[in-house]
Design a protein around this ligand. Structure first.
Ligand code: C2E
Ligand code: CA
Ligand code: CA
Length: 685
């Protein structure tokens, strides 16, 4: 048993556990002394008895399985005078078979010469029948290998040879009929099988098995002491522990947010009174299960940089009665907690079937988070003082009561400032979701010019959101769409609209066809469906792939680079061109730029803006243009606002540009007018 964990128990519980363990130990010592007597008759060798004694007493004093194994490895290694010993723990595979994993617990008399063998051992998991430990697992009996270099079922042969090991054996630690661990030993001298040693160690294996069993039993007792028997969920004590840990972690890493959700069933008493307590218990168990399943799919929570799976597991606990608490960690902003809470409510709204009856449940949820949005006058007057688990639990509890008093079936934050901020985000998200369904986005087009002759070569499509009579720019809603997992839908709608529009324009033209550039959010670049969706849109709008230029930003390179490269290659294979947008503003590292299959670098407008102000910007832009040329990429400048910008860029060797100097992004009909005029007016409002 782990001492630290047992300290977390209250005194009377610990006394009870210790009593149980003491009784068990007594009984086992009696059994062991009997076994030893019989062995004494078998092997009169004092040394061997001593070995068993050492193992028995060490095992009795050990607090953990790891400690038992370490003691046994050292005792046996020294007894045999063999330099290398290692222990494996058996574990269940997904198909419920047993396999053996390395524990990293060793007996090593000399370290360096066997490093190769040690590494190869710690890299390997053995299935039944595989290698030396696998054979022990399969046969549930010791196995001896006299010549490691001649044994065909010994995958670590080469490493053993490098480390100068010649012979070895392994034996099982049995719990009942099952192998719990396997211990193996190796020596540099070729040693023929010693049956009396194997018999002795088989005995040691049984003895060790009892200790392992006791430890497992103790761990089960601890589990009982920290979990709710009805739902199997952590109880108040364990939740409190986890919360204290989260608070400590937050003090170290203040950028990560966490929240406590206090969930209370509305009108649970009614179920209990009308259907009986057994039905009430059944309902609580089912609620616990649903909450747990919902929390495991914690994917709607935003993650900076589009990183997936960075949030630690959430903790769901049952405090008692119809009260559950949830600890959410690694949140990005307070609205994340609200998103989770709303999803939980929606999931619990599905009817339950209890004792043959359909039961409907609503819950009231109180949310407390750190850090506060604004001062929270309700509770902690001392905002800067250290937070403790009790504070947060009390705040979440109070917020839950407010949710009840405001009419139940709702979520409330403890902090009113945070509440309104989160609600505003969520309101925007909801109407964004509706707009995606109605395709309520408008696409504006900004011409991209050839610097050589000031003619339009194509357009960049830029999305706008028509909301309550206002046309919102992308910066106001794309980040929210990204967090809400909606951005890919918007991007694909824009792509469809822009490709259709392009074909309408190109059909009326006699000159070279125009190109269209659209933006892809970094958040969706690793979606496996992306390439197929782009292909479908190209096909559905009759767009030749060489007319499409997809723009990605440097943020995309923050995630898994190999995955990104695979997606980009898929897109390239369709025949479209790829551009790196806003080049130079982000996280670009020149070391990977050549690995990405790009065609275009877009020079960010921040650099272009400096062109008529300082020489440094000129040199910077020159460098980017040269670098693009060296990598075989085209450089396109953004944010050209004056004739000076255009002239300088032309002189520096840049071939295409866009910016307010030529035209702001405009609706499709105005863009059509620009095309018709062909030669653009030099300044438009
Ligand atoms: P971006 O791709 O860098 O787009 C260029 C932005 O610069 C546009 O802002 C454009 O209006 C602005 N701009 C163009 N010429 C000039 C100029 O001469 N001076 C100045 N100061 N600004 C100029 P907009 O339309 O507000 O778009 C902002 C960003 O939103 C875009 O930056 C792009 O990253 C993103 N975005 C736009 N449409 C979409 C879309 O459909 N999907 C996604 N995922 N992102 C989009
Ligand atoms: Ca762009
Ligand atoms: Ca840009």
């Amino acid at each position: 048993m782990n001492r630290r964990r047992s300290d977390a128990l209250p005194d009377e519980e610990r006394a009870r556990l210790e009593g149980l363990i003491y009784e068990e130990r007594e009984a086992r010592q009696r059994a062991e002394s009997l076994a030893e007597t019989r062995l004494q008759d078998l092997y009169a060798k004092q040394q061997q008895i001593e070995l068993l004694n050492t193992i028995a007493s060490a095992a009795n004093q050990s607090d953990s399985i790891a400690e038992v194994l370490r003691t046994a490895l050292n005792a046996i290694g020294e007894f045999l005078d063999w330099p290398v010993g290692h222990a494996y723990l058996a574990r269940k595979t997904s198909s419920s078979d047993l396999e053996l994993g390395p524990t990293g617990i060793w007996h090593l008399r000399t370290l360096d010469p066997v490093e190769a063998f040690r590494e190869s051992t710690e890299d390997t998991v053995f299935r039944s029948g595989q290698g030396l430990p696998g054979r022990v697992l399969e046969q549930r009996a010791p196995v001896w290998v006299e010549h490691l270099d001649q044994d065909l079922n010994f995958p670590r042969r080469a490493a053993a040879a490098t480390s100068g090991l010649c012979s070895g054996f392994a034996f099982p630690v049995m719990v009942g009929q099952e192998v719990a661990c396997v211990l193996e030993f190796f020596t540099a001298e070729t040693t023929p099988e010693q049956p009396e040693v194997l018999a002795l160690l088989a005995q040691a294996g049984v003895q060790l098995g009892r200790v392992v069993e006791r430890n497992r039993h103790a761990e089960r007792l601890i589990h009982h002491a920290s979990h709710d028997p009805l739902t199997g969920l952590p109880n108040r004590r364990l939740f409190h522990d986890r919360l204290e840990h989260a608070i400590a972690r937050y003090a170290r890493e203040p950028e990560s947010l966490f929240a406590v959700l206090f969930v209370d069933l509305d009108r649970f008493k009614l179920v209990n009174d009308s259907l009986g307590h057994t039905a009430g218990d059944e309902l609580l168990a089912q609620v616990g299960k649903r909450l747990l399943t919902a929390l495991r799919q914690n994917d709607t929570v935003s993650r900076p940089g589009g990183n997936q799976n960075t949030r630690p597991d959430d903790t769901l606990a049952r405090l008692g009665g119809d009260e559950f608490t949830i600890l959410l960690e690694g949140l990005h902003e307070p609205v994340d907690a609200l998103r989770v809470a709303e999803r939980l409510q929606a999931i619990l709204h599905q009817p339950f079937s209890i004792a043959g009856q359909t039961v409907y449940v609503t819950v009231s949820i109180g949310i407390a988070t750190r850090p506060y949005g604004q001062a929270c006058p309700v509770v902690s007057p001392d905002q800067d003082g250290p937070t403790c688990a009790e504070d947060l639990m009390r705040e979440a509890d109070m917020a839950m009561y407010r949710a009840k008093s405001l009419g139940k079936a709702r979520c409330e934050f403890c902090d009113p400032g945070m509440q309104s901020q989160a609600l505003e985000s969520l309101r925007l998200e909801t109407s964004l979701r509706e707009s995606v369904e109605r395709n309520a986005f408008v696409v504006h087009y900004q011409p991209i010019m050839s610097l050589a002759d000031n003619r339009i070569t194509g357009f960049e499509a830029l999305v706008r959101w028509e909301r309550e009579g206002e046309l919102l720019p992308p910066d106001r809603f794309i980040p929210i769409a990204e967090d809400a997992g909606l951005v890919h839908l918007i991007d694909m709608q824009v792509l469809y609209t822009a490709c259709s529009q392009l074909q309408a324009w190109n059909a009326q033209r006699s000159g070279p066809p125009l190109t269209i550039s659209t933006n892809l959010s970094a958040r969706q670049l690793t979606r496996p469906e992306l390439v197929d969706e782009v292909a479908t849109i190209l096909c559905g709008t009759d767009t030749p792939p060489e007319q499409l230029r997809l723009e990605i930003t440097e943020t995309a390179t923050l995630g898994n680079l190999d995955e990104l490269i695979a997606t980009l290659k898929g897109l390239k294979a369709l025949g479209v061109s790829l551009a790196m947008d806003d080049f130079g503003t982000g996280y670009s590292s020149l070391s990977y730029l050549h690995r990405l299959p790009l065609d275009i670098l877009k020079i960010d407008r921040a650099f272009v803006a400096g062109l008529d102000r300082d020489e440094y910007s000129q040199r910077l832009v020159q460098t980017v243009i040269n670098m693009a040329r060296n990598l075989g990429l085209e450089a396109v400048a953004e944010g050209v606002e004056s004739n000076t910008h255009a002239a300088t860029l032309r002189a520096l060797g840049c071939t295409r540009a866009q910016g307010y100097y030529y035209s702001r992004p405009v609706p499709a009909d105005r863009a059509g007018d620009l095309l018709a005029a062909d030669q653009l007016p030099l300044v438009t409002a």
